[in-house]
Design a binder for this molecule. Structure first.
Ligand code: IPM
Ligand code: MG
Length: 364
């Protein structure tokens, strides 16, 4: 294991810089606890990249990400850039990073902290003990398929179109990730598609089923995406690993996040053969930016995933999760997870409290 680690930090827009600042406090604590040297470089992406260079993903930012051991991203986007050309919008930076770095596997864990069971809009018995992992394909499907665009037919009718396409190797590699990770959890994969309507996802089902023959210990089931959306609120604990396409994963992971109390709680890891990027699943939330209202826990928990998956260190990862758990157990909350009788704190105070808890684990 290397003791000298390079992390590229891409704070982005809106609440991105605020939540990343808190996550960096956590990285500092771990650095001194483990005696590591963590070199942090940061660069603008998204709206910030556009303002700095005229492009949402400046070459220098991409190069920095490419050379790092891991990338930590905040969030991109905001109303200020909603009216610029589509190809220059902040979201293109995120999609560009994912595809340029080959980050095909997006892991989005939806695990409920016991202190937050009552913050969910669902009943305690429905969500208590919930632990789902959404494995979302991230660089294929309708997000990237060609042809795409808006054009005008001969009769003058305008139309917009995108293409939902998956090749066999693209499905095989993401299915492998889901089966492998299920083997370290509860050995169950539910593959989500719309095989009754879309040929491309009927093919997805066929390829996932073939791949399953290499994983005798893992149970495979299939579910249509509409049913899955319904089952996630009806009985979410039936799921262990949900394997799905890029767009279905986008939608279902937002839904799954609300089972845990708030979208402000969900971290993610985007993994490829050579690179990895970690980010909260929430967006840039421009409506609350700069007001000390953002919940930094999703980004802090993304750092926990970074130590586990990129830096091969399980212990700091477990420490960070335990520190978050104990801060929540003390009744401290940001506004998004606030409930009666709890103590509301701002973004920075939440980061400080988790860092303090983490410090205490120094001699565990
Ligand atoms: C996500 C986001 C992105 C996506 C957007 C911002 C491009 O919603 O990471 O879930 O659709 O993948
Ligand atoms: Mg999304």
């Amino acid at each position: 294991m290397k003791n000298d680690v390079n992390i590229a930090v891409l704070p982005g827009d809106g609440i991105g810089p605020e939540v990343v600042r808190e996550a960096l406090k956590i990285i500092k604590v771990i650095e001194s606890k483990l005696g590591l040297t963590i070199n942090i470089d940061d660069a603008p992406v998204g709206g910030a990249g556009y303002e700095a260079t005229g492009r949402p993903l400046p070459d220098a930012s991409l190069a920095m990400a490419r050379n790092a051991d891991a990338v930590l991203l905040g969030a991109v986007g905001g109303p200020r850039w909603e009216h610029i050309d589509f190809s220059l919008r902040p979201e293109r930076a995120l999609l560009g990073l994912r595809s340029s770095l080959g980050l095909y596997a997006n892991l989005r864990p939806a695990r409920i902290f016991s202190a937050l069971v009552d913050a969910s809009t669902l009943k305690r018995e429905v969500v208590e003990g919930l632990d789902i992992l959404v494995v979302r394909e991230l660089i294929g499907g309708i997000y990237f398929g060609q042809p795409r665009g808006v054009d005008t037919l001969e009769d003058g009718t305008r139309r917009g179109f995108n293409t939902l396409v998956y090749t066999e190797p693209e499905i095989e590699r993401i299915a492998r990730v889901a089966f492998d990770v299920a083997g370290k959890r509860n050995n169950s994969v539910c593959s989500v598609d719309k095989a009754n309507v879309l040929e491309s996802t009927n093919f997805w089902r066929e390829v996932v089923t073939n791949m399953h023959s290499c994983y005798a210990d893992v149970t495979l089931s299939h579910m249509y995406v509409d049913n899955c959306a319904m089952q996630l609120v009806r009985n979410p604990k039936q799921f262990d690993v949900i394997l799905t396409t890029n767009m279905f994963g986008d939608i279902l992971s937002d839904e799954a996040s609300m089972l845990t109390g708030s979208i402000g709680m969900l971290p993610s890891a985007s993994l490829g053969e050579k690179h990895a990027m970690y980010e909260p699943i929430h967006g840039s939330a421009p409506d609350i930016a700069g007001q000390e209202l953002a919940n930094p826990l999703a980004t802090i928990l993304s750092v926990a995933m970074m130590f586990k998956y990129s830096l091969n260190r399980e212990q700091p990862s477990a420490w960070i999760e335990a520190a978050v758990e104990s801060v929540l157990a003390k009744g401290v909350r940001t506004r998004d997870i606030m409930s009666r009788g709890m103590k509301e704190v701002g973004t920075q105070a939440m980061g400080d409290l988790v860092a303090e808890e983490l410090e205490k684990r120094r001699d565990d």
